[in-house]
Write a protein that binds this ligand. Structure first.
Ligand code: PFF
Length: 464
């Protein structure tokens, strides 16, 4: 049934991701604000070196196994997540539904952060670097003024969202994806330059130590949870995206090596971003406060860093332009995912699905935009709206989806189904033993412990 629906819709459905080289397309989706904005503040907040160590361990075991599983499910069924589980075992179609909720929650607040990036780009175009970093007589920075304003974050959010929808509506995603092949390597080089500069500043050494040396006191359930959820976010896992990408993958491509390439590329970019920002916290900021700055960290520290640089304004313009571009390609693929979910699930045409997605974005995006300003008195479990949406998608839904995906692969369709799919390309699946153990035992147990602990903590039952 689902296959038929899907093929009915596919004429009407954009397939930009299918026509590109698989690794590039998947890496394009993976690399975005998660690497540049989210990773550095998570490392800062959750114990530096210990977070980094846990992240890498989880990436090579857990991230690897889950990504192989998702891509193989997609390639086996040739369907997007919302219908793929249904086709394999109708009783488990709920996994596809839960996975599909994730991009619907992330897309709007992603555009809010994209709007902040645009605001900084515009500020550097119109103001000297010292003015962007300055604090006014009321102790407000450009950033604190932005997020406390009742209108400005909304204007920039709508601007960013408008660009995303415009590109999708006129159907030039392919052009954008192509330019990202040129711009992404430039971004990598620029981040490396900024990171090296940041590491040479006085006092930066304390930041480098904080970032690279794991301390046992930082090992906690919270650190493991945040490393795990950051991994899902950054690699676009547990949200159905890799299933959809897998559904476009040719049979002769080696899934295992593709997954390594995506992981290495994605992790390297996040690593450099951390190396640009964390030492700068110690060199130009106030570590006691700034390490806990959360989602605002990048926007607090980078202006201070650029203000100390010789050609700071030019570097900042190029930097924020490239961050904007990375965010835009991810935002397009997120928005496109929401559109195809609505098309597949509710059997809608493309245009009404684009409009419907827009309305969801407006509601969640407005709340997220105003949550640090006029709506800051409204909090849930101590969180502002943007943090709440991030918590719900990353710390609740994604672990649940990942858990059921492991159970589904480990015990329902069995790991052999995935191994056979991987090996159908004619390449041996070298790490199939690791894959089987992680998917059947390690991952589900770890996720359940972490999920329960994080819920207990959110509701104030335990402190970690
Ligand atoms: N993985 C992206 C990032 O790290 O910014 C976020 C993302 C982009 C998730 C695109 C999903 C997606 F379809």
């Amino acid at each position: 049934m689902s296959e038929k629906n899907n093929s009915n819709n596919s004429n009407d459905r954009s397939s930009f991701s299918g026509k590109l080289g698989f690794v590039l397309a998947a890496a394009g989706s993976a690399v975005g604000l998660g690497n540049l904005w989210r990773f550095p503040y998570c490392v800062a907040q959750y114990g530096g070196g210990m977070f980094l160590l846990l992240y890498v361990i989880l990436a090579v075991t857990f991230g690897f196994s889950l990504m192989v599983a998702e891509i193989a499910i997609g390639r086996k069924t040739r369907l997007s997540a919302i219908v793929a589980f249904d086709k394999l075992k109708p009783e488990y179609s709920f996994i596809g539904v839960l996975a599909s909720l994730v991009p619907i929650i992330i897309t709007p607040y992603y555009a809010v952060i994209g709007g902040w990036v645009l605001k900084f780009l515009w500020s550097y175009i119109t103001l000297p670097a010292s003015a962007v970093a300055a604090t006014n007589e009321n102790g407000m920075t450009l950033f604190s003024e932005l997020i406390s304003s009742p209108t400005e974050p909304i204007v920039w959010f709508l601007f960013f969202l408008g660009i995303t929808i415009f590109i999708i509506a006129i159907g030039v995603e392919k052009g954008i994806e192509k330019s990202s092949k040129v711009l992404m390597p430039i971004l990598v080089i620029l981040i490396a330059v900024v990171a090296i500069y940041s590491c040479t500043l006085p006092n930066a050494i304390n930041g480098i130590k904080y970032y690279l040396i794991p301390r046992s006191k930082d090992l906690s359930v919270k650190t493991v949870l945040s490393a795990m959820t950051q991994l899902f976010y950054s690699l676009s896992l547990a949200m159905g995206i890799m299933i959809t990408y897998g559904s476009y993958m040719k049979k002769n491509i080696n899934i295992e090596t593709s997954v390594w390439q995506i992981e290495i590329f994605d992790t390297a970019i996040a690593f450099w971003a951390g190396l640009a920002i964390i030492p700068a916290v110690f060199a130009c900021g106030n570590p006691t406060n700034d390490l806990k700055a959360g989602p605002t960290l990048m926007f607090i520290i980078l202006p201070k860093l650029f203000a100390t640089m010789k050609a700071g304004r030019i570097v900042a313009i190029v930097f924020f332009f490239l961050v904007f571009f990375a965010a835009l390609t991810s935002s397009i693929s997120l928005y496109e995912t929401c559109v195809s979910i609505i098309q597949d699930k509710f059997k809608q045409k493309r245009t009404p699905s684009i409009v419907f997605t827009f309305f969801i974005c407006i509601i969640i995006g407005f709340l997220s935009s105003l949550g640090y300003g006029p709506l800051s008195m409204i909090t849930f479990l101590g969180m502002q709206f943007l943090d709440l949406f991030d918590f719900l998608s990353n710390s609740v839904l994604m672990p649940i989806v990942a858990f059921f995906t492991c159970i589904f692969v480990g015990y329902v369709i069995k790991p052999k189904a995935i191994i056979d799919e991987v090996e159908s390309s004619g390449h041996e699946f070298t790490l199939k033993k690791l894959f089987t153990v992680v998917i059947k035992y390690v991952a589900p147990i770890l996720i359940i412990i972490i999920l329960i602990a994080s819920l207990l903590q959110a509701f104030g039952k335990i402190t970690m």
